[in-house]
Design a protein around this ligand. Structure first.
Ligand code: P6P
Length: 333
């Protein structure tokens, strides 16, 4: 029987913490609490197919509880898992227009958590994989309470980034700057087990390019030329799930490029910078890939608004650099 060491996420976090003697443990607590929230969300997402039995959002279930939309549920789970720990000074959520303050009754910490609680939730009823994306920054302003300046930091300053993909299995993938590591949830024991240590984006022959080609008529000339060149490349297949975390996860593991470009109707694209593009860009860069907005690196973008959008090209470095060459002339910076 091959020797297989079982490393839980908790054990991995402790070992990572040991590598940083100055670590206070707060950062480890954040990752541990995100994993706890992910387990709770995974349980509900996996029941989503039973909505006819459990009731549509807004209806009352068998326990006479109001059934929440899953993205609202996921947001509440993360908020409740994180707001009392004393590790955070504030949060930013795709579900909240403004900064989510830490309630007065709870202590504050020196980290900022930015997250999309359940991206792709429109796919839930189709049983398509969806995901949670998160980003962690260090507070940069004086005083205990998080402010806008603590949230509007460039992606290059992220301390950690990760996502959870709720698919055929539930996987948590994260980086804190020392490699990208993937953990698969074993629901029978409620533990995330290390299944993909030190992920590197491969130069494989099963690479994919991923874009919604229904917007072709809205694209600039450079974007059209880029996709035409991809179609001519050997060993590159088209894949598009329409769920960012699922499309990115496949790109990270099999190589290729995912893109959500700017177009004549959406000059900033659709995806959000702070809690979608920037965390995935940190992961992809740490895994040996790249991520740009069509001109510059996603990690160098200076945010001005919490929910600002950005075009995104992310994946294997050679393909991302080809995109930069061809599409940079399509729109102003
Ligand atoms: P389109 C899902 O709604 C989402 O926000 C991302 O998860 C996904 O990548 C994108 O939108 C899909 O958008 O325009 O191709 O349907």
């Amino acid at each position: 029987m091959a020797e297989t060491s079982v490393v839980t996420l908790s054990r991995h976090i402790v070992e990572e913490e040991r590598r940083h003697p100055e670590a206070t443990g707060a950062f480890s607590n954040i990752l541990y609490d995100i994993a706890l929230a992910a387990k709770i969300i995974s349980r509900e997402v996996n029941k989503a197919g039973l909505v006819d039995i459990l009731g549509q959002a807004g209806s009352r279930n068998v326990h006479d509880e109001v059934v929440k939309k899953l993205d609202v549920f996921a947001d509440e789970v993360i908020c409740k898992a994180m707001d009392h720990t004393g590790d955070l000074c504030c949060m930013v959520s795709e579900e909240h227009p403004d900064i989510v303050a830490i309630p007065e009754k709870f202590p504050r910490g020196k980290y900022v958590l930015l997250y999309d609680p359940l991206d792709g939730s429109s796919n839930i009823d189709l049983n398509v994989s969806i995901g949670t994306i998160f980003s962690v920054h260090l507070k940069v302003t004086e005083g205990p309470d998080g402010r806008l300046e603590d949230c509007l930091q460039p992606g290059r300053r992220q301390l950690a980034a990760g996502y959870v993909v709720y698919g055929s299995s539930t996987m948590l993938v994260y980086t804190s700057g020392a490699g990208v590591h993937g953990f698969t949830l074993d629901p029978s024991i409620g533990e995330f087990l290390l299944s993909h240590p030190n992920i590197h984006i491969p130069e494989s022959t099963s690479r994919t390019y991923s874009v919604n080609e229904s917007y072709y008529d809205l694209w600039g000339p450079g974007q059209r030329q880029f996709v035409s060149e991809l179609k001519r490349q050997e060993g590159l297949s088209a894949r598009y799930i329409g769920s960012l975390v699922a499309d990115f996860h496949r790109t990270l593991l099999s190589g290729g490029v995912f893109m959500y470009p700017a177009d004549s109707r959406s000059p900033r694209g659709k995806l959000r910078l702070l809690y979608e593009a920037a965390p995935l860009a940190m992961i992809c860069k740490e895994a040996g890939g790249g991520a740009i907005d069509g001109h510059g690196d996603i990690l160098d973008q200076l945010p001005t608004e919490l929910h600002q959008r950005t075009p995104l090209y992310i994946g294997s470095l050679d393909l991302v650099e080809c995109a930069r060459t061809l599409v940079s002339g399509d729109s102003e910076r």
